[in-house]
Design a protein around this ligand. Structure first.
Ligand SMILES: C[S@@+](CC[C@H](N)C(=O)[O-])C[C@H]1O[C@@H](n2cnc3c(N)ncnc32)[C@H](O)[C@@H]1O
Length: 308
């Protein structure tokens, strides 16, 4: 897996925000955030030190996951609305000035953005944007509040809606519900699903992907461990209004590499299938470069695309 590099300015902005606090306080706040996630609860990000700890320990991974999902957009958005924005991962992913909505009025902008303080369960009148994103948010809302928010998010999405959730069975369950609802609303799924049929993974496993994110010294200090990277597991969905579905299969797991052949677990129209690519096959070179989460087959110009 290639390691996603954060934009230098983002790393610096996180460092700067954290410099206001002793490392011990940040580490205690980071431990509270991890503990909340372990217990399946949204962390309480009401104090400045909790928000700084969230930015240091979670923002690199949420940024990288959203960037991977956004790499599937077949167009360059001119406007972007992020709902439940927190510290603003979307502002770093959007190629334009992002509009960030959150009920917490105390988030510092690490990058210029338009901020709107609002409750996602009672959104004010908002303008439509080319892209609307909801990143690590659905899971924090009561299940009964999700369909209304999704309806509204889809209504506001002029061209695409991107959802990202933790790569857990719970995150996948939220994604499946959203998938059904968006298909009923007429959305075309562009990624990761290669088709508009019922999800073939449902009930067996959970469809999720991973992005490898480099860890800063600060991240290692706050979270412990010595590895220079972490693997962020995430589920995502990119739903389009008018773009034609690209229709290519999706690689669902790490390729199995054996002498003389490579095994791929693929999601296709009819279900999940295994394909064995042998050395003599035309797709051998492509299979050698293939990774978990890639569309299959990948086009030569995509070889390094979508990776930050
Ligand atoms: C886990 S953070 C995710 C932040 C950001 N999207 C990211 O990926 O890093 C969840 C965010 O959703 C916001 N949030 C949760 N419930 C909300 C609600 N009902 N209305 C508005 N914002 C909400 C929280 O304040 C928090 O900033």
């Amino acid at each position: 897996m290639q390691t996603a590099r954060l934009p230098e300015e983002l790393s610096e902005a996180i460092q700067e925000q954290c410099a206001a606090f002793p490392t011990g306080e940040l580490a205690a706040a980071a431990a509270q955030i991890s503990e909340a996630y372990r217990r399946g609860l949204p962390p309480r990000l009401e104090t400045a030190v909790m928000r700084a700890a969230y930015a240091a320990t979670r923002l690199p991974a949420t940024y990288a996951a959203l960037a991977r999902a956004a790499a599937e957009l077949p167009f360059t958005p001119q406007s972007w609305l992020d709902l439940g924005a927190g510290p603003g991962a979307a502002a770093w992913v959007a190629p334009c000035l992002a509009t960030l909505v959150d009920s917490n009025p105390h988030w510092d902008d690490l990058r210029p953005a338009r901020r709107i303080c609002a409750d996602l369960e009672r959104l004010p009148d908002l303008q439509a944007h080319d892209v609307v994103s909801l990143c690590y948010v659905l899971d924090e809302l009561p299940p009964a509040a999700r369909p209304g928010l999704l309806d509204e998010a889809w209504r506001l999405a002029r061209r695409a809606l991107i959802l990202v959730e933790p790569g857990t069975p719970q995150g996948f369950a939220a994604m499946l519900e959203a998938r059904r609802q968006l298909l009923e609303a007429g959305a075309r799924l562009a990624a990761p699903c290669p088709h508009q049929n019922p999800c073939p993974v449902e009930g067996k496993e959970w469809c999720h992907f991973a992005v490898r994110v480099e860890r800063s010294r600060l991240h290692r200090q706050l979270k412990g461990g010595s590895l220079g990277y972490e693997d962020e597991k995430f589920c995502y969905l990119a739903a389009m209004r008018n773009e034609p579905p690209q229709g290519r299969a999706r690689i669902l797991r790490h390729p199995e590499i054996r002498p003389g052949w490579i095994g791929l677990a693929l999601c296709r129209d009819g279900g999940v299938e295994r394909q064995q690519i042998r050395r003599r096959d035309a797709l051998w070179r492509a299979a050698r470069k293939a990774s978990w989460g890639d569309p299959w087959p990948k086009l030569p110009r995509e070889d390094d695309g979508g990776r930050q």
